[in-house]
Design a binder for this molecule. Structure first.
Ligand code: 2AM
Ligand code: CA
Ligand code: CA
Ligand code: CA
Length: 280
């Protein structure tokens, strides 16, 4: 358990409690959500469950840590630059909670059982706690900076593949059809023949957790937001993997075009994505 305790509750314990409570509630709503609306585009869905889960998490966090800042997907203006703009207003926060209350809303709406709750705590811009919870499989992924990463209470580690040829890679298909989608498609076209196969589950946070737990060798996606990646980034680094942007620059909260892997394939992976982008 973390030494970082305020008012008798550790940061990690609160993050786990929030993820478990929100996840359990989301599961009860599967197949019977009552409102579905569009945010920024026809592919940008939101339900009362996304909003309710965020409110639940925000209230719990604020009860324990009223001085902390909070950035949640449903609390900001939607759009392609949603998290970049929102991050500017909390740039100076000492402690910042970064929350995706329901990652994989499209799956949730279609009862496709692959979605998660993603909760991270950053201290001065560096993620120190990351929790991703899959309520369908009741799988909780937890990492604390410097203390390793765990799934179902057991230490986890990245996979052993050394080459793209042996790798199982995941990606997602962004809603932004101007920039992000065409770029992702270039990467897809280039990578399919080079890797063992590609998967697209529809929850970036769970894809990150699966890289951390060795079920995927790597994951890339263009046009994500801080709440999709913050928790998963710590899961992966604490499991021995690497997280950068698609050009290979180190991960920070502003990264939107992510490349994450077991580390062994990282240079080859980033190089393949760069070649795809430049068309060489
Ligand atoms: P969400 O379900 O929380 O919105 C799948 O490719 C990933 O993209 C998911 O993590 C999903 O998160 C995210 N996503 C889906 N629609 C999006 C949109 N319109 N803008 C940004 N991210 C989106
Ligand atoms: Ca969303
Ligand atoms: Ca998301
Ligand atoms: Ca979401």
């Amino acid at each position: 358990m973390s030494e970082q305790v305020v008012g008798g509750k550790s940061f990690t314990a609160v993050a786990i409690n929030c993820a478990a409570k929100a996840g359990e509630w989301i599961k009860t709503k599967l197949g019977n959500h009552t409102s579905l609306s569009l945010k920024y585009s026809a592919q940008d869905l939101v339900t009362e469950v996304d909003k309710g889960a965020e409110t639940m998490i925000r209230n719990l966090v604020m009860t324990h840590f009223p001085q902390h800042s909070f950035l949640g997907e449903e609390g900001v203006q939607p759009g392609p630059e949603a998290s970049t703009k929102a991050l500017q207003s909390v740039r100076d926060a000492e402690y910042l909670w970064i929350v995706d209350p329901l990652d994989g809303t499209t799956n949730f709406v279609h009862s496709f059982p692959f979605f998660s709750v993603s909760i991270a705590l950053a201290h001065k811009g560096e993620v120190i706690v990351g929790v991703v919870y899959d309520p369908i499989r009741d799988e909780l992924f937890v990492a604390e900076k410097g203390k390793g990463a765990y799934v179902r209470g057991r230490r986890m580690g990245v996979s052993a593949e050394e080459t793209l040829r042996d790798s199982l890679i995941a990606t997602g298909f962004p809603a932004d059809q101007q920039y992000a989608l065409p770029l992702n498609m270039k990467g897809l076209q280039a990578l399919v023949p080079q890797v063992r196969n590609i998967r697209s589950g529809g929850s970036a946070a769970l894809h990150m957790a699966y890289v951390a737990s060795g079920r995927l060798s790597g994951f890339w996606e263009i046009g994500l937001n801080s709440w999709d990646l913050a928790a998963g980034s710590l899961l992966i680094t604490e499991s021995g993997g690497r997280v950068t942007d698609v050009k290979g620059s180190p991960y920070d909260l502003g990264v939107r075009h992510v490349a994450a892997s077991n580390g062994h394939i990282h240079d080859e992976f980033v190089q393949a994505l760069q070649q795809a982008e430049s068309g060489s």
